[in-house]
Write a protein that binds this ligand. Structure first.
Ligand SMILES: C[S@@+](CC[C@H](N)C(=O)[O-])C[C@H]1O[C@@H](n2cnc3c(N)ncnc32)[C@H](O)[C@@H]1O
Length: 330
């Protein structure tokens, strides 16, 4: 395998998970990487320069604030190294979540995920020694942010090969053995039993056909007293209702239920959580989601009605987002 090798976290926790079921899915999904398309990109991992030191190189002192900063910029000074790193980063476009500074190469992603991190991070409390799960972790931007707080482990689940590869490119230079990415989905939460202290579930629920089953899965995967941070697109309104678009929402086909804030709160409470607390409500702006050199597709400005930025191109309410913190009963 072309990725940075480290001990397998899933094996370490095998007594608290349905290990055999997870292993079967892992073996099946490893096959996804062997397609012609992805194996070409995997070969580019082999060409990456090695780090000289074994030290983790995340910018723990937050010198670059919101950028996940890994790898020594000295590495980029040779043109062959520069080419290898930049070529692979470009091959793995689009970079939806970021920003990352990789050996000095600035990968300014479509989403400035630092803005969401800054909104939700104070609600998480200390992550030191915590077992953390990020459901639908994307390329792991938040995992790399959270790891600087010395958690015991952070497992990211996302059934996306391109995001796995982006994660592994950053991990090659971050070298954090407490971070692991699995090509699993929210539908596999039932394989984890009262294991995690903190579960992040951000930008996931409105893509799910059965958001309540996901919420219940999160509840059951948490230890008693564990915390979840649920973040979702929402629609404006006081009533406890959800928009179910006839077809697309902001040009996306895979959007099912977009709740109001009170509907989302009710989903969370009725999934068994206590002390549910609203953390933030924000309108998504082109300051947070926009085209950059690292994205290839349309972005927010293309999804909104050109005459009325309060509406999507389909005439739905324009994207708002809410985040809740909730606790499982002790
Ligand atoms: C809107 S993005 C959110 C990413 C990140 N959590 C964030 O908040 O920025 C949705 C993510 O869900 C992932 N995804 C797709 N199917 C999924 C599934 N069945 N379970 C969990 N995540 C899934 C996608 O690959 C994508 O990374």
């Amino acid at each position: 395998m072309s990725f940075w090798k480290r001990p397998d976290i899933v094996k370490k926790i095998q007594n608290q998970i349905d290990f055999d079921k997870i292993e079967a899915i892992r073996i099946e999904r490893e096959g996804w990487l062997t397609s012609k398309h992805w194996s070409k990109k995997l070969q580019l991992f082999e060409k990456l320069p090695e780090l000289e030191s074994t030290a983790a190189e995340i910018d723990e002192f937050n010198q670059f604030a919101d950028w996940v900063t890994v790898g020594n910029p000295e590495l980029l000074k040779t043109s062959s190294n520069h080419q290898a790193i930049e070529k692979l980063a470009e091959e793995l476009m689009p970079w939806r979540k970021g920003p990352f500074r990789l050996c000095g190469l600035e990968i300014d992603a479509e989403w400035r995920s630092n803005l969401k991190w800054n909104r939700i991070q104070p609600a998480l409390g200390s992550l030191t020694d915590a077992k953390v799960l990020d459901v639908g972790c994307g390329n792991g931007y938040y995992m790399f942010r959270a790891v600087t707080q010395a958690p015991e482990m952070i497992l990211g689940l996302d059934p996306s090969v391109p995001f796995l590869m982006q994660f592994e490119l950053i991990q090659k230079y971050a070298r954090r053995p407490e971070l692991q990415y699995e090509l699993l989905g929210a539908e596999h939460l039932s394989f984890f039993h009262e294991l995690f202290d903190v579960v992040l579930c951000m930008g996931i629920l409105y893509h799910q056909r059965n958001p309540l089953a996901i919420m219940r899965g999160i509840h059951d995967a948490l230890v008693p007293g564990g915390i979840t941070l649920i973040e979702s697109q929402i629609i404006p309104g006081e009533e406890s209702i959800a928009l179910f678009p006839e077809d697309r929402y902001a040009k996306a086909r895979n959007v099912f239920f977009v709740p109001t804030t009170s509907c989302l709160e009710n989903w969370i409470r009725r999934s068994g959580f206590e002390s549910v607390e609203l953390v933030s409500v924000e309108r998504t702006t082109t300051d947070e989601q926009r085209k950059t050199r690292w994205t290839t597709f349309e972005s927010l400005e293309d999804f909104l009605d050109t005459n009325d930025s309060e509406l999507t191109v389909e005439g739905h309410p324009a994207p708002l987002r809410a985040a809740f913190r909730a606790q499982k009963k002790q």
